[in-house]
Design a binder for this molecule. Sequence first.
Ligand code: DAH
Length: 339
Amino acid sequence: MIEKINSLKAEIAQLTASNAADVEALRIKYLSKKGEVSLLFNDFRALAPEEKRALGAPLNELKDFATNKITELKESLENVESDADALDMTRTASPIKLGTRHPLSVVRNEIVGIFSRLGFTIAEGPEIEDDWHVFSSLNFAADHPARDMQDTFFIRRTPDVLLRTHTSSVQSRVMEKNQPPIRIICPGRVYRNEAISARAHCFFHQVEALYVDKNVSFADLKQTLLYFAQEMFGPETKIRLRPSYFPFTEPSAEMDISCNLCGGKGCSFCKHTGWVEILGCGMVDPNVLDACGIDSKVYSGFALGMGVERITNLKYQVKDLRMFSENDTRFLEEFTAAH
Ligand code: DAH
């Protein structure tokens, strides 16, 4: 009998099952009333007392072993089956949440796209700059307030290293290295020493455009501005130029567009004027051309510069500038539909 116990045990150890019906069949084969293990117990009852003493323990062990094995097989199948139940065949193959482009990138790309359709190409320059490219070459007088510590983040005083306060610095870098025709668009981040609030930040973004060639006129500037405004804000958009002052342009102007919220009728957004200001521009001052190695007697040019946050606010009415740099996904996800 001990051989029978051992051979059954070896047999049971090898058992496998691929579904619940297999397990049930095995349970019946070994553990049901007429199963092989139960039959051994019947034989056991007929044994002499000393044999019973010797075989009782191994026989009980066999029964436990068989019961555990059947339970084990059942459980391993249950796990597989519940995984199979959890398989949702309707799910997408790659359930990866797509990110969204930052609203400032969306608007910057749109601005760059409009100017590239006019033949402007992207130029970039460093954010860590020197006085020459940010101020001196652009005709800022030595005592111009923009050089003041109040506005500019200086990294070092002598020789001066500073964070650019505008992307106009890219103009002088490009003009120093290239002769006309020059037609560039310069997107980038700029820095100013301002207290952070809903309306001001110590860093923001600008896009600068520069066109230098023979016979570039104010009419070219105006038509470029009109094209830009209508591409950006719709074909109904009107523009108006107001005289202004920038050290690097002469004459200088600021451009307003008809309020894109009320269509120029007047609302609280445009303070009931029907107009909102969007950028600065002008004819490149001859002093700037000469400072950058371009003959101002032969060439002329126009330049313009705008704040990307400003344009984004006009398009999407973002009330608080700080939203742009907080990376709150609830805000960013609102731009999923923008491209
Ligand atoms: N650099 C000016 C600023 O930061 C913006 C600007 C005005 C750029 C007139 C220009 C321009 O190129 O012609 O406020």
